[in-house]
Design a protein around this ligand. Sequence first.
Ligand code: NAP
Length: 256
Amino acid sequence: MATRTKTGKGPVLVITGGSRGIGAATARLAAAQGYRVAVNYNSNAKAAAKTVQAIEKAGGKAIAIQADVSQEDQAISLFEETEAQFGPIYGLVNNAGIIGSSGRVEDLTAEALEAVMRTNVIGAFLCAREAVKRMSTKNGGAGGAIVNVSSRASALGSPGEFVHYAASKGAIDSMTVGLAREVGRDGIRVNAVSPGLILTEIHGSVGDAGRLKRLVGSVPLGRVGSALEVAKTILFLLSPHASYVTGTILQVSGGR
Ligand code: NAP
């Protein structure tokens, strides 16, 4: 459960890509636990509205905020708007991510590479920067927690599929470790989850809807995971239950 703030209101959480998939499951669970949630999305306003409506129907508090996190001005405005609506920010879930395209590295275009790096790496860095500026006790903030959404691809490399995506998640792993060490004394914990094969629309986004079925045999637990199972781990890392946990990359992959 979230700790109430001095005002008696639930802590404020920014979830990038909170409109669909793992982000949406995290938004719903966080709101159910008392967080006030900024549900960020890029292009699918309908999905964001649906997630916010589901949260409100269940008695929670959420707002939808459009921002392409790969663009600096929009990443900044995401945080400004969240603060304007909800007040000081307690936490960030750096979840927005794309695969972009599928294929071998020899066929990779510079445009496809740049798009993935812009969203998955630069977007995550920009949002971490904006969160740290606001949460740091050095700047008068109350501290807080960041959870980055990496991928088991960072270790497995995704050969023949999307090595560029795997490499973008390798950057997230390094950022998690480095930033955790950098801001630990500023009252901020930084961790990551590293999901395996999770049932969301991201697999279909590269025209490979049969991917999960094809790869499920490689999962020691013998099944794919749900977005809710990842969300539960993210909420644990955000919560006071993880008060002595920082710089950790927690696998949520059924052993894959
Ligand atoms: P998803 O269902 O495709 O949802 C992606 C979310 O990110 C959507 O809300 C989307 O918003 C948002 N988004 C994409 N680009 C954005 C941008 N530039 N700015 C702001 N929001 C943006 O994906 P998912 O499977 O839930 O994946 C979530 C995270 O988990 C990603 O970082 C992914 O790499 C990671 N992950 C997923 C799996 C898996 O098996 N599903 C495994 C390992 C890691 P719009 O709809 O508005 O574009």
